[in-house]
Design a protein around this ligand. Structure first.
Ligand code: ADP
Ligand code: ZN
Length: 211
């Protein structure tokens, strides 16, 4: 099963993708995560992408499309995968379609901007492995400030600052929002009410996926 998680930044895509990933034993491909790792590596590519991320802007389509295609070609994606944070532009969606990769369902988690702000302020991520926690949503680590998986330090992402969040939302409405239409036309989009509790959202998604 090949799934896309659509939705504004902070809608809870990553958290829900992790549940589905575990249930179906298929990997999550998070472009944000891949880009953050690229930044950390200090490579030429990383240096190039840094300024986009810090401003809350999207990195160039060509760069992400390449990253995703390469990742999907790996063996562990053979029986399915989840795309979290990709596609974010019509160009990316078209590139996916043209590469012959079939998408079964597009899960669109919808939430009001107000809730999004709250969630992003509470978001903490592991500086080592990228696992996400949220101090406002009660997604807490067992030990305060430490990752459950790898014991890494939990930090707030630089782009989760209020000003950057505002810019990211603007970018979402300018460039990503049209994908609702794009996938409606393909009959693949399913809307999930993201204002509910994490458990209820997960339940709704499971129903859609027949889990
Ligand atoms: P969010 O919490 O907003 O979903 P992500 O971790 O998915 O954040 O992405 C963080 C940043 O990485 C984005 O603001 C953007 O700069 C970049 N990025 C991630 N995915 C893409 C993409 N598909 N196209 C362009 N830029 C991307
Ligand atoms: Zn970790």
């Amino acid at each position: 099963m090949n799934i896309i998680f659509l939705g504004a930044p902070g809608a809870g895509k990553g958290t829900q993708a992790a549940y589905v990933s575990e249930h179906f034993k298929i990997p999550t491909i998070s472009t944000g995560e891949i880009i953050r790792q690229t930044l950390k590596s200090g490579s030429e590519m990383g240096k190039k992408l840094k300024s986009y991320i810090e401003k809350g802007h999207l990195v160039p389509d060509e760069a992400v499309i390449e990253m995703v295609k390469e990742r999907i070609s790996k063996d562990d994606c053979k029986s399915g995968f989840i795309l979290d944070g990709f596609p974010r532009t019509v160009k990316q969606a078209e590139a996916l379609d043209h590469s012959g990769i079939d998408i079964d369902k597009v899960i669109d988690i919808e939430v009001d901007d107000e809730i999004i702000y709250k969630r992003m302020v509470g978001r903490r991520i592991c500086s080592k492995c990228g696992k996400t926690y949220n101090i406002d949503l009660n997604v807490l680590p067992k030990i305060n400030g430490r990752c459950d998986v790898c014991s890494g330090d939990l930090i707030q992402r630089a782009d989760d600052k209020l000003e950057t969040v505002k810019e990211r939302l603007k970018v979402y409405y300018d460039q990503t929002h049209v994908l609702k239409d794009y996938y409606d036309k393909q009959g693949k989009r399913v809307v999930i009410d993201g204002a509910q509790s994490l458990e209820k959202i997960a339940e709704d998604i499971n129903k859609v996926l027949g889990a």
